[in-house]
Design a protein around this ligand. Structure first.
Ligand code: MG
Length: 271
């Protein structure tokens, strides 16, 4: 069932979303060669708890995962890891592509967003993949307006990604969000325009293109966390939580002002 949120509820989701954006901005600034993803995770957890919120990913336990609940506040997916990377003690290396995804619960409402960066010097392929993935999210958000259909959003992502020879992951998709982390409807990153549910004001969606440099196929150990590209090539991930309106979609996880004014690693291009 797709829930339509009142403007009061959307303001609560926006408060959660702002915190998510602030955390991603701080983590992005702190990331660098020699830093570990566990250190970034600790920074994120402290910020979220200090704000009186709850890290939404930590302890998350879907039925199909048998290796224990997700241990981190962040998903930190490096290089060929697509999503659900687990923070660890390995120092990040020059050229690593790092996708950072986090969600928080604040006052009963959830926000969720992700960003990809390169630590140190980026390869041309990593740079292009990140730019294209970000552009695919922007195209999806531009298509996310009342009266359009979900397929318009999905196909916008797919068209942008495939125009540069990249591929969108099929197996994992975006989702509705509100009083739970994952709600209806699913938000695929592939599809046919003019199909799917009609978008209505008050729908709140986490749109999250996962774009692979090579094949769209992914490999997950049957029952544990990290999802990898099947061919071992790079993957990037961007996500915003947005509310559908009669006009432009309302981005509830906007980049903080200081990042927009020129943070060194580019939350700036997202919104
Ligand atoms: Mg999400």
């Amino acid at each position: 069932m797709i829930v339509l949120r009142s403007s009061e509820e959307i303001e609560k989701i926006r408060r959660a979303g702002r915190l998510v954006a602030e955390v991603l901005s701080a983590v992005t600034e702190a990331a660098g060669v020699g830093v570990t993803t566990l250190e970034l995770d600790a920074l994120a957890e402290k910020m979220i708890k200090d704000a009186g919120a709850v890290p939404a990913f930590k302890g998350y336990q879907p039925d199909f995962i048998k290796c224990g609940p997700f241990p981190g506040t962040l998903c930190t997916s490096v290089n060929e890891e697509v999503v659900h990377g687990v923070p660890d003690g390995r120092p990040l290396e020059d050229g690593d592509l790092l996708s950072i995804d986090t969600g928080v619960e604040l006052d009963g409402y959830f926000g969720d967003a992700a960003i990809s960066i390169v630590v140190g010097a980026a390869s041309p392929e990593a740079e292009l993949l990140i730019a294209v993935t970000r552009k695919s999210l922007e195209a999806a958000i531009a298509a996310c307006t009342a009266g359009n259909r979900m397929g318009d959003v999905s196909s916008a992502v797919q068209e942008v990604a495939e125009a540069d020879g990249f591929n969108v992951v099929r197996r994992f998709v975006g989702h509705g969000i509100g009083t739970a982390m994952h709600e209806d409807p699913p938000v695929p990153n592939f599809g046919v325009s003019g199909t799917g549910p009609v978008l209505k004001p008050g729908m709140v969606l986490a749109i999250e293109p996962m774009v692979n440099a090579g094949t769209f196929e992914v490999e997950a150990s049957a029952d544990c966390w990290p999802v990898l590209t099947k061919d071992g090539r790079l993957s990037a991930h961007f996500e915003h939580t947005v509310a559908v309106t009669e006009g432009e979609a309302d981005i509830l996880t906007p980049a903080p002002e200081h990042a927009r004014r020129g943070g060194k690693r580019g939350l700036s291009g997202v919104s």
